[in-house]
Design a protein around this ligand. Structure first.
Ligand code: FAD
Length: 400
């Protein structure tokens, strides 16, 4: 069993006190301190403890494990995702096989509708979307392709998100689906965003309305938090929840640190803060079995303050006489969610990455440590690759 150290949810004193290890001549209490109990930190904790035989202290400033994938039963017992819907999808057998040690799966294929012009139509744009929106009767892939080609407007140099979408589907569809949504999501016009942002949303020529096309699409059978609890259930792992690394930093608890929090924060924002887009969620429970036909409905219209509504029972398959939903409101301030993909931000990150190289006793991993939007499977892959590369020097010291 992993031990719970300084667990914030306990009203009482910590179950186990952190050992005071102020003398550098004494052996460190742990082999490694890992900051952040999301996918990046938890996979590394599990590997280092179970495979590497190392003593790990895993801390998180939140009072729970699972990072942004955290799910919990709400007041009426419906499993909800506190930080927005998380759907697991991957093309990697190795990642599925690794995570399957800690969870069984519930097959689930994600579908998204967009509410536009008083209708709900499939996203990404497919044959059904176009037929429904324009009252067309496009019958086959080549007709859809020809229709979109007739709408597309040539863009000589694809630089921004706007260029990508207009080049693919033209100005009208760009305005209907992307302009307002992107302005809300990022607080920026698509013309100010790197082309990488929108190239994530492809169009389809057929009727396939699955949001993801990966070979493996499923949800952890008992939820993400349960999967993380299994992953971290090891004698060599101590958990310090509700504990900010800033409060442990001077303790020299281990010769090595793996940091999955924001890299700029670790270095005291020395070169300035890396910009993030944040989100606020409004969670509601309704006295009805179903609220909407699919798990997520997008609201691209700029006059609607939220970007999407999620109904969680679609994701989990849970049977309940009520239903729980959440509204998502993008905002500038708050927890860091999405790194903002602009060239100047990438340049600022590079300054921090260069500084990190001068600190070989600390590794920066995960979406906040490397300032990149990663899906969950990508973070698991990054953490497993990091573990394979890791060597643990015995005499390196922590702290700067
Ligand atoms: P996180 O999960 O953010 O974990 C980092 C942890 O570090 C946090 O718990 C934080 O509290 C902790 N921390 C930070 N600083 C400190 C500190 N100083 N001291 C102590 N603790 C600290 N991916 C998918 O594959 N499918 C999806 O459907 C999907 N949906 C998403 C929806 C939203 C709204 C968002 C924002 C992301 C979504 N993702 C999705 C991406 C997914 O959330 C990430 O891939 C994953 O959470 C990254 O894991 P991580 O460990 O790098 O970061």
């Amino acid at each position: 069993m992993s031990r719970l150290v300084n667990e914030a949810m306990c009203a009482e004193r910590p179950v186990i006190r952190l050992p005071a290890m102020r003398s550098s001549r004494r052996r460190s209490a742990y082999d490694v301190v890992i900051v952040g109990a999301g996918f990046a930190g938890s996979v590394l904790a599990e590997r280092l403890a179970a495979d590497g035989g190392q003593r790990v202290l895993l801390c998180d400033r939140r009072n729970h494990v699972a990072g942004n994938a955290y799910d919990k039963h709400d007041a009426v017992g419906i499993l909800v995702h506190q930080y927005g819907p998380h759907i697991f999808h991957t093309n990697s057998d190795a990642i599925v096989s690794y995570l399957s040690r800690f969870t069984a799966w519930r097959p689930y294929e994600h579908r998204v509708l967009a509410a536009v012009d008083g209708k709900t139509v499939p996203m990404p744009i497919n044959r059904t979307t176009l037929n429904s929106l324009y009252g067309l009767d496009l019958k086959c892939e080549s007709e859809v392709e020809a229709f979109l080609r007739s709408r597309a407007e040539p863009v000589e140099h694809l630089r921004t998100s706007k260029d990508v979408v207009i080049g693919q589907v033209g100005t009208e569809l760009y305005r209907t689906f992307f302009e307002g949504y992107t302005r809300k999501q990022w607080g920026l016009d698509p013309s100010q965003l790197d082309k990488a942002v929108t190239s994530r949303i492809p169009t389809r020529f057929n009727d396939d309305d699955r949001y993801f096309l990966d070979t493996f699409q499923a949800m952890p059978l008992h939820g993400y938090t349960a999967m993380f609890e299994n992953m971290l259930d090891h004698d060599n792992i101590d958990l310090a929840l509700g504990t900010d690394y800033a409060d442990l930093r001077q303790e020299r608890l281990a010769p090595r640190v793996i940091y999955t929090g924001p890299i700029d924060e670790y270095f005291g924002h020395r070169f300035g803060a890396l910009p993030y887009r944040s989100l606020a969620f409004r969670h509601e429970t309704l006295d009805q079995r179903r609220f909407q036909p699919v798990a997520v409905v997008n609201y691209p219209d700029e006059s609607v303050p939220y970007t999407r509504i999620t109904e969680y029972k679609h994701l989990t398959g849970q049977v309940h006489r009520q239903t729980s939903i959440s509204y998502e409101f993008p905002q500038a301030d708050g927890d860091p969610y999405y790194p903002i993909p602009r060239a100047e931000n990438a340049a600022l990150y590079k300054q921090y990455a260069a500084l990190a190289e001068a600190h070989p006793e600390v590794s920066f991993v995960g979406r906040l440590g490397t300032y990149r939007y990663y899906n969950m499977d990508q973070v698991v892959g990054q953490a497993l690759a990091h573990y394979r590369r890791m060597s643990v020097p015995a005499d390196a010291t922590v702290g700067s």
